[in-house]
Design a protein around this ligand. Structure first.
Ligand code: GLY
Length: 658
């Protein structure tokens, strides 16, 4: 049976949506890779729109709506399951150490400034450094671990199907529709799909969601205290202290931009303990029960990504960053409205995925690629750069890769430029039709890669996503899949090209031949047109061709070295043996070297550093474009044979002598 809705992600967002969709009559399946890894499992469960000092108006409104939904939502879940979700509208105190320089929180809900004496009445035992604080009676907490168990139990008892240990590897799309998901256990289909994979979302779709690590720990109220010493959440500077009714006290959390680096660290735990015992000194003697860490799903503007995607049957609910527990009920409602009733709340426009791309949301009809019509390519110098060999009685069908024809035989990149404008001018001046883009760097908004999506006209330039930064075949396969999604998101529906780079070596950036071959085999099986970057190894080139690669891309010299053609003899053998285009990639430093590679019979060139690092990059790009044309023309024209001796330019026979 196929599900009506397949949810990718079994954290609080996926679970809350599953329950809501099921209650509204849908057949729901949840794919849950690792329940305990979810941020909702690691969280403290604060319901704290005011204490978190959320200043974005749309976000604050979303959070307030969710907070309002909480009591009824919890009652409903507790009724379904008969379990306690640990909801405690305890209020939150936000003590401050000094008034000078304190930014007063912007709050729409009732909040109160308490002076030193009053805050000490609300919470005895605070540090003498505390000079007052805010009281947010509407904010509170829920025991997030209880809550996710209750949600899961509710979902199961309602008939939601769970597939645990199932990891989604790729989303298969056709014509603006998801046709299924590739998982570690096979291919799964549904009518509609919901991506709710938290910090892992961008391993599935190229969304700018990155992990933001938080370390936490739990203390226990000592036995000799009969009463709970803390009954309100304390939200201090770089620390929050969340007392539970079961005598646990949660301390959180660090905010670390360290990717998916696991583990608690002495520095992390020390910072939490120091801040907590400063705020509430009695904690210094409380027993430590547990330490853990988790990964918040962070977006560049720290707002969630909610709503439609580039595919009509794929909805997104991710990037909740610090507020996933709080936002669960409102997210579930909005997403269920959208999937089952096609109702889009106006608030959702603020959380649309395309805000990071600054490109209009593209429908299928507006994504017609111009690439099937190479004649449509124009640039300022097209007359010169596309000089037709036919004018000289030479036949050149153009560069054909995986059935696509390109007039230009020069490919360029987007890295290392001093500015986006310089890159744009250079790409135009080069006359190139294929530009390679590092998928990982674009996703991570690496320096020089911010705004790349908008910077080039992908209706005219064919994107060649590359797997730069991948050290293993597995990583490269994953990033290649993301690259395909990226190209689709940018309107290139039929783009299945990938420049495969598997580079474990950081010094010389030499590709791993075995990893490259393994990844190439897999990617070819998945329908990619694979353009592997390799050392100039003729045997490897042959093997890659045999497994179905669309080209081979041997290096002239190490990437970015500008050393020119260091591997001429091997490149010649590769050219001689290859039935697929040979693209000389890396190491070209000057137009003379570009021309030389083309004269050898290379089918194309990929040049980035030599253009981007030239003093005048656009001028060098233009020169490289000319060199590629010159070299190709020379190859087709057939160079004169070399001789050991001189041969006078003006023949002696028939000349007048004496
Ligand atoms: N919600 C608090 C945190 O993310 O640390």
């Amino acid at each position: 049976m196929t599900s009506d809705v397949l949810i990718i992600g079994g954290g609080i967002t996926g679970l809350a949506c599953a329950v809501e969709l099921k209650l509204r009559g849908a057949n729901v399946t949840v794919l849950c890779r690792d329940f305990t890894a979810a941020a909702s499992h690691a969280a403290a469960g604060m319901l704290a729109p005011d204490a978190e000092n959320i200043t974005d108006a749309a976000m604050l409104s979303l959070c307030q709506r969710s907070l309002t939904l909480y009591p009824e939502w919890i009652s409903k879940l507790e009724e379904i399951t008969g379990l306690n979700a640990g909801y405690w509208p305890s209020g939150i105190l936000a003590p401050v150490y000094q008034k000078a320089g304190v930014n007063l929180p912007i709050s729409q809900s009732p909040s109160l400034w308490l002076d030193q004496a009053t805050i000490n009445q609300y919470q005895p035992g605070l540090s003498t450094d505390v000079v007052g604080g805010w009281w947010y009676p509407d904010n509170g907490q829920v025991d997030n671990r209880y809550l996710v168990k209750v949600l899961r139990n509710a979902a199961e008892s309602l008939g939601v199907i769970f597939k645990d240990g199932v990891a989604v590897e790729a989303i298969a799309q056709q014509q603006g529709q998801v046709i299924g998901v590739q998982t570690n256990t096979g291919f799964l289909k549904a009518d509609h799909y919901l991506l709710a994979a938290g910090a892992w979302s961008n391993q599935i779709l190229p969304l700018p969601v990155r992990p933001c690590k938080g370390q936490m720990l739990r203390l226990r109220v000592p036995e000799f205290l009969t009463e709970l010493p803390l009954t309100r959440v304390l939200f201090g500077e770089n620390i929050y202290i969340v007392p539970r009714r079961d005598r646990s006290i949660i301390l959180g959390a660090t905010v670390e931009d360290v990717g998916f680096t696991p583990d608690n660290t002495p520095a992390g735990i020390h910072s939490l303990l120091a801040a907590a015992t400063r705020l509430y000194p009695p904690l210094a003697d409380y027993p430590i029960q547990e330490m853990w860490w988790g990964f918040r799903p962070a977006t560049p503007d720290e707002l969630p990504i909610l709503g439609e995607s580039h595919c009509s049957n794929l909805t997104i609910a991710t990037g909740h960053y610090r507020n996933g527990v709080l936002l669960a009920p409102v997210t579930a409602n909005l997403i269920a409205d959208m999937i089952l009733s096609q109702k889009t709340d106006p608030l959702l426009t603020n959380f649309h995925y395309s805000r990071f791309q600054n490109i209009p949301f593209k429908t299928q009809s507006s994504t017609t690629s111009m690439l099937t019509h190479p004649a449509n390519f124009t640039n300022g110098h097209s007359k010169t750069l596309s000089l037709q060999p036919t004018e000289f009685n030479l036949q050149d069908p153009g560069l054909v890769i995986a059935g696509k024809t390109f007039q230009s035989r020069l490919m360029t990149g987007t890295g290392k430029y001093r500015s986006i404008e310089e890159m744009q001018k250079s790409v135009a001046a080069s006359g190139c039709q294929i530009v390679t883009v590092a998928v990982r760097r674009v996703q991570n908004n690496a320096p020089g890669h911010e705004g790349l999506a908008e910077a080039l006209d992908w209706g005219k330039i064919w994107m060649l996503p590359n797997t730069a930064g991948c050290q293993t075949a597995e990583e490269a396969i994953r990033v290649a899949r993301l690259g395909r999604e990226m190209a689709k998101l940018l309107g290139q529906e039929d783009n299945n090209f990938v420049k495969l780079e598997v580079i474990p070596d950081a010094k010389y950036l030499l590709p791993d031949p075995i990893g490259t071959l393994q990844a190439a085999e897999q990617l070819v099986k998945e329908g990619f047109a694979v353009l592997p970057y390799i050392n100039a190894d003729p045997m490897l080139a042959k093997r890659l061709e045999e497994v179905g690669c669309a080209t081979v891309m041997p290096l002239a010299a190490p990437i970015g070295s500008g050393q020119g053609l260091q591997t001429t003899a091997n490149i010649q053998i590769i050219i001689e043996n290859a039935q697929v285009p040979v693209v000389v990639d890396a190491g070209i430093g000057a137009p003379s070297e570009a021309a030389q590679a083309m004269e050898l019979g290379a089918d194309a060139l990929l040049i980035n550093s030599a253009i981007a690092l030239a003093e005048n990059a656009p001028a060098m790009a233009y020169a490289m474009g000319l060199a590629a044309v010159a070299g190709r023309m020379a190859y087709l024209a057939g160079r004169m044979p070399m001789k050991s001796y001189a041969s006078a330019s003006s023949p002696l026979t028939g000349t007048i002598t004496g």
